[in-house]
Write a protein that binds this ligand. Structure first.
Ligand SMILES: *Cc1c(COP(=O)(O)O)cnc(C)c1O
Length: 432
């Protein structure tokens, strides 16, 4: 598979190059040059397959030129030792739980696959790699877990001080070894900008093999398409068209859903659900794309004012606004609506949602009302509610179940290096 730059169609890269470089030199994003579709015999029998089986088939269909089926099997096996179950909320509304991995957020899917893929290539080349990653909360934990003690790779995580939950912060700052956390006195957008600048800096690039683990890396995007197929497999017996509602910030998750759709997954419609950082819903409404500084909300992992995957999302539709909004509807919700949703679903069904997941739930309900259609609605649960313990317990006014893994974390000591959101400081730190 060749990948082209969204800015310059003639700039091309192999999978290996795209994974390690993350961004093309012109600062665009890598996109698959052509998107192969899955065979109808696969889709006809998909309900009988395991998650890993589906992952191998989808991954191999996309990347057959780059990796043998045996390589893909090994990478998938290393990446996914956890499930992505679909749970019924009501007969028409289901939740795809993506929080059963080690960091208890959906980003485990992308981060672990990327780590396995990089390791696969590193075994061959023996390069030392420095991974830079900006996190609004959950990416850092997933990447830290995914790359923890992987030989030949060190990870530097930038996170906005005071803007991630306690558990999220502990996930970033307690591993040690090849994982370092920088606590940035700024916003997530500042963190993301520092990382982007580092990739464009000549001196840093000649000193290190820099790689990014943000959702701009194509190796994170690809595995996120697998669970859309798996969710379809798990709800196919219901016999209705499927609508996915995706709680979105940087729009990697939704872009992966569109990739699955382009590979032939029968999806009727997608919902782009956001908090008040609503540039994409507003784009879908008005065709005007106006990035803004990010606003702080209770669904903090989606506090993104300038979504890095926007370009990719629209490129799947050849940048045609009309075509994009045929398949995607956008809705946004404020914190009060999000909390009301968490309470309502808990009172009616005893299901506990994290605030991000609640935004997706609300988006699905709104689309159902507006479209008047009959369908199987699947909203994506992107994090375990206990990752946002105080907020969730405060909102539901009841203690919730905390998995052992998270409980243990809280007793560990944080270890982070403070950083001002200035590129020269970041660069000086990296050059050490
Ligand atoms: C990262 C994250 C999101 C947003 O995903 P994008 O791919 O950036 O749109 C939503 N929910 C949670 C819990 C997250 O960690």
């Amino acid at each position: 598979m060749q990948f082209y730059s969204t800015r310059t169609r003639s700039i091309k890269a192999s999978l290996e190059e795209a994974v390690f470089k993350s961004l093309p030199a012109d600062n665009g994003l890598y996109m698959p040059e052509s998107i192969p579709t899955l065979s109808s015999s696969f889709l006809d029998t998909i309900e009988n397959r395991s998650f890993n089986d589906i992952a191998v088939e989808v991954g191999h269909t996309l990347l057959a030129e780059d990796l043998s089926r045996r390589d893909m099997e090994e990478i998938v096996e290393r990446s996914f030792s956890f499930d992505a179950p679909v749970v019924e909320i009501t007969p028409d509304t289901h939740v795809l739980e993506l929080f059963h991995g080690p960091s208890m957020a959906f980003k485990d899917f992308g981060a672990r696959f990327m780590a396995a893929l990089m390791s696969h290539y590193l075994v061959r080349s023996q390069k030392e790699i420095k991974i830079l990653v900006a996190t609004s909360g959950d990416t850092g934990g997933a990447v830290a877990q995914g790359f923890y003690k992987v030989p030949g790779i060190s990870v530097t995580i930038l996170y906005p001080s005071g803007k991630v939950s306690d558990i999220q912060e502990k996930q970033l700052t307690t591993l040690g070894h090849n994982i370092t956390a920088l606590e940035v006195d700024g916003t997530f957008d500042d963190c993301q900008r520092l990382v982007k600048e580092a990739f464009l800096d000549q001196e840093l690039n000649s000193t290190y093999n820099l790689a990014s683990a943000n959702s701009i890396n194509i190796a994170r995007l690809i595995p996120q398409s697998f669970y859309y197929f798996s969710a379809y497999a798990q709800t196919k017996h219901l016999g209705k068209p499927v609508v996915f509602s995706v709680p979105s910030g940087n729009f990697g998750n939704l872009s992966a859903g569109i990739l699955a759709y382009r590979m032939g997954l029968p999806v009727e419609h997608f919902v782009a659900a956001t908090n008040r950082n609503n540039v994409v819903p507003r784009y879908l409404e008005s065709s005007a794309y106006a990035p803004l500084p990010s606003i702080e909300t209770i669904s903090n992992a989606m506090d993104v004012g300038s979504p890095s995957n926007f370009v990719r999302l629209t490129r799947f539709f050849e940048d045609d606004w009309q075509e994009t909004r045929k398949l995607i509807s956008g809705y946004y919700f404020d914190d009060e609506q999000t909390k009301a949703s968490m309470r309502q679903v808990f009172e009616q069904t005893h299901y506990v949602m994290c605030p991000h997941t609640a935004v997706a739930y609300e988006g699905l309900q709104k689309y159902r009302t507006e479209s008047g259609q009959d369908f199987t609605g699947i909203f994506l649960a992107t994090a375990h509610p206990a990752k946002f313990l105080d907020l969730v317990e405060g909102t539901l006014e009841t203690p919730i179940f905390i998995p052992e893994r998270l409980k243990n974390l809280l007793s560990l000591d944080k270890n982070a290096i403070p950083l001002k959101p200035r590129f020269q400081d970041f660069k000086a730190y990296l050059l050490g």
